[in-house]
Structures are given as structure tokens and as C-alpha cells.
Write a protein that binds this ligand. Structure first.
Ligand SMILES: C[S@@+](CC[C@H](N)C(=O)[O-])C[C@H]1O[C@@H](n2cnc3c(N)ncnc32)[C@H](O)[C@@H]1O
Length: 186
């Protein structure tokens, strides 16, 4: 069983200041989603990947893939992950996945290109089908950041899969990732 998260982010593709993650299109939020997707206490979820798609700055989009099976040398801290994102932005060339370091690769693929290649897609949205009794095989979960998924990206993702919901309340993106992991762990 594998799990994949795809996060649409308004984070910057420009170089950013590690002391100003909030002002870089919420790279702080992106880092927390990566932590929630991949880390449990003192270990990494080896069956899980998260792909973040950064969509602002001078040359968007940039997609960065974190693969729990191969991750080495990254701590479960915003600073550690932000440093890797910075490194990825300095390495990215074209649409081919380029190695950044073990378990991390980067590409100029767009959100739609990433979603197009994904299987068993579920779009996380408060207005979807309730997630109780949900037993998917090798699911891919799509979610937005603090702004949410743009309409056109939502429509595109819904061509591949249905909406699933954690309930009526709208939660922080990183909380949604953690709760989905918890549900799949049961
Ligand atoms: C902070 S929310 C986005 C808020 C944004 N203003 C909106 O209304 O879309 C971040 C993301 O978490 C996911 N999300 C939030 N609450 C959810 C819920 N109750 N069920 C499923 N997904 C949820 C959605 O993918 C959303 O784009």
C-alpha cells in the first residue's frame, strides 16, 4: 500500500529567505505539510510520497517530490525542509525529474501534469463525500494550501477522481494531511 499527496501551493519559485518563510507564499505551510505527510515520531513513512507544486515567483511551476522510502539527512523541522526546497529551486532545469538529494527530486512539471500521471485520485475538500469507511488502494490525495485549489485545477483534478471530506469544518492543510494519514493507519 502506498500513499501520495499532491499539494497545490502559492509558494514562490524564487530564492527565499529562510527567516521569512511566511512571506514566501507560505513556504512554512508547505514544510508543515511535508512533515505531516512523511514523519511519525522518530521515523519516516516509507510508503508515502508528497509532491508540492509551487506556483508563484518568476518561473513557476516547480514540482518537488519527497519520497519517504529514500529520504535521508532531512529533519522533521520547517528549517530543514525549507533548506531542501531552496536547494531544489537552485537545481531545477526542465520537466525531467532531477535529483536534489536522496529521496528528493525536482521538475518543472505543472500541477495538471502531475495529476494526469497519478492513479486513484481523491480531491480533499470539505464539500466532498465523507471519508468514513474509506478504504482506498494506493490513493493519491490532492489538496490546496491556505488559499485553496484554483477553480480550473479543481475541475482538472475532478476529471481523475472524486472529492472526499473530513467534515464541514475547513482545516489547515497540514492538519488535513495528518488526519488522512491517521485514518489510513487505522
Ligand atoms: C486551509 S484549506 C483551504 C482554505 C481555502 N480558503 C478554501 O476554502 O479552499 C487547505 C486545503 O485543505 C483541504 N481541506 C480543508 N478542510 C477540509 C475538509 N474538511 N475536508 C477535506 N479537505 C479539507 C482542502 O484541500 C483545502 O484546499
Amino acid at each position: 500500500m502506498t500513499r501520495t499527496f499532491i499539494l497545490y501551493s502559492y509558494g514562490t519559485t524564487d530564492d527565499f529567505n529562510l527567516d521569512r518563510l511566511f512571506e514566501s507564499g507560505r513556504i512554512d505551510l508547505v514544510c508543515r505539510c511535508v512533515i505531516g505527510a512523511l514523519w511519525i515520531s522518530n521515523d519516516v513513512r516509507r510508503d508515502t510520497q508528497i509532491i508540492i507544486v509551487l506556483n508563484t515567483g518568476r518561473r513557476p511551476p516547480v514540482s518537488i517530490k519527497f519520497d519517504g522510502n529514500k529520504i535521508l539527512g532531512i529533519e522533521a523541522s520547517e528549517l530543514s525542509i525549507a533548506q531542501v526546497i531552496k536547494k531544489a529551486l537552485s537545481v531545477v532545469k526542465d520537466k525531467e525529474w532531477a535529483n536534489v538529494q536522496s529521496g528528493v527530486s525536482v521538475s518543472r512539471r505543472s500541477f495538471q501534469e502531475i495529476v494526469k500521471d497519478a492513479k486513484n485520485v481523491y480531491v480533499l475538500d470539505a464539500k466532498g463525500k465523507h471519508i468514513s469507511n474509506f478504504k482506498p488502494e494506493n490513493p493519491t490525495f490532492v489538496l490546496g494550501d491556505n488559499v485553496g485549489l484554483p477553480k480550473n485545477e479543481m475541475s482538472f483534478a475532478l476529471r481523475k477522481g472524486e472529492k472526499v471530506s473530513l467534515g464541514n469544518k475547513v482545516y489547515l492543510a497540514s492538519s488535513v494531511v495528518s488526519v488522512v494519514n491517521w485514518i489510513l493507519d487505522q
